[in-house]
Design a binder for this molecule. Structure first.
Ligand SMILES: Nc1nc2c(c(=O)[nH]1)N[C@H]1C(S)=C(S)[C@@H](COP(=O)(O)O)O[C@H]1N2
Ligand SMILES: [Mo]
Length: 383
């Protein structure tokens, strides 16, 4: 039930002590988040894309944050929920949310992006959720360092991977969504187990009550509804590790099949930018136009964003916003006065501190991952 609807119901009851017992805990009420303004790519499992024109702030509000779930959203009872930590550890753990909240808390602003964001632009087309540009968002995630939990469990030096599993289960005969995180990234003090998103308990679609946040890496490492961490000497052999989230070792001819042995796992996301204003095909007056958007580069800092208003013939450096964090996108802005009425192709191209920049066309790959071509929108300037 939506929070507003619930309060409405409570409000109609006769006043008295009995109604108090009907109030859910603050945490339970806040799990509910309205996603009414998102594009429904799939209603169930829930795959929701943010219209890019709504991405106006450095921090994406919870109700606008994209949702990617492979299976049905599990129902979780907070009091019954625990996190098990076992496998290659000296002392296996079973932690409640209160146990986790008793550990030192830390907050990181991290941009999360689905590996399949932009899949709809590949030619020839590839199967999978047809994300366009909005399977990306940025939030302040609060929780504990994964490394603190691993230390508590006395993880053994033999552990090379952590197998992360959430409470969701495969639909029908589909296998469970389990991902494998290399121990070096797991031990990185920036890798979190988060119980809050932008100051609220994690909303249910984002993994209530606990999720991994693996900053800079493609979104599928950031397991939602986390219930089990198993330390292992080897990589997990399930399909979401051995078949999914992999990329051809070498560039391949578009449309070809690539055997798994010729692929490597995706990890850090590449450099990318996104124009959020004006919207594509906007009709605008011939005044000053604000071209704005975001740029990000996985675990690497953005060094500059260039904007072109002549289909890429010439480029001008955009201004970068003041808000910044190591694993978060950077807002950019370029103020432009069109010389004349007419139709313009406006483009953005980000460059990161390692000197990487965006390609003109993204390399085709069989699952349609990591589309990061130079972004473009058409703007029609009226007379
Ligand atoms: N348990 C579980 N965790 C999951 C998923 C899932 O289907 N089940 N989807 C992953 C993928 S592919 C992405 S891109 C992110 C999306 O996080 P969000 O829905 O909070 O935006 O969650 C990841 N964590
Ligand atoms: Mo994803």
């Amino acid at each position: 039930m939506h929070r507003r609807a619930f309060l409405h119901t409570v409000g109609r009851l006769a006043p008295g002590a009995a109604t108090v017992a009907l109030l859910p805990s603050a945490a339970a009420a806040q799990q509910v988040v309205s996603k009414a303004r998102l594009i429904v790519r799939s209603p169930r499992p829930e795959d929701l894309e943010t219209p890019v024109r709504l991405l106006t702030t450095w921090i994406t509000p919870n109700d606008l944050f994209y949702v990617r779930s492979h299976f049905y959203t599990p129902s979780i009872e907070e009091r019954a929920w625990t996190l098990r930590v076992d496998g290659e550890v000296g002392s296996a753990l079973q932690l409640t949310l209160a146990d986790l909240r008793a550990l030192p808390a830390t907050t990181q602003v991290v941009t999360l992006e689905c590996a399949g964001n932009g899949r709809a632009f590949f030619d020839p087309p590839v199967a999978g959720v047809q994300w366009e540009k909005g399977a990306v968002g940025t939030a302040a995630w609060t929780g504990v360092r994964l490394t603190d939990v691993l230390r508590k469990a006395d993880v053994r030096p033999s552990a090379r991977y952590l197998w992360l599993d959430g409470a969701d289960r495969g639909v029908g005969r589909a296998p469970d969504f389990i991902r494998s995180l290399p121990i070096e990234k797991a031990m990185d003090p920036d890798t979190l187990l988060a119980y809050e998103m932008n100051g609220q308990p994690l909303p249910l679609p984002h993994g209530f009550p606990l999720r991994a946040i693996v900053p800079g890496w493609e979104g599928a490492y950031s397991i939602k509804w986390l219930t089990h961490i198993q330390a292992s000497t080897r990589d997990h052999d399930g399909p979401f590790v051995q078949a999914g989230y992999r990329y051809p070792r070498r560039p391949v001819s578009p449309g070809t099949l690539v055997p798994a042995s010729e692929t490597v796992p995706l990890r850090a996301m590449p450099v990318k930018s996104l124009i959020t204003a004006p919207v594509d095909n906007a009709a605008v007056a011939p005044d000053a136009i604000r071209v704005a958007g975001f740029a990000w580069a996985g675990d690497t800092e953005i060094s500059r964003v260039d904007v072109s208003i002549d289909a890429g013939r010439t480029w001008m450096e955009a201004q970068l916003g003041r808000d910044r964090a190591r694993y978060a996108w950077r807002q950019f802005e370029y103020l432009w006065r069109p010389p004349d009425a007419g139709s313009y192709l406006v483009m953005s191209r980000a460059t990161d501190r390692r000197g990487r920049t965006q390609p003109i066309v993204s390399e085709w790959n069989p699952a349609g991952y990591v589309w990061n071509a130079i972004d473009q929108v058409r703007i029609n300037v009226g007379a």
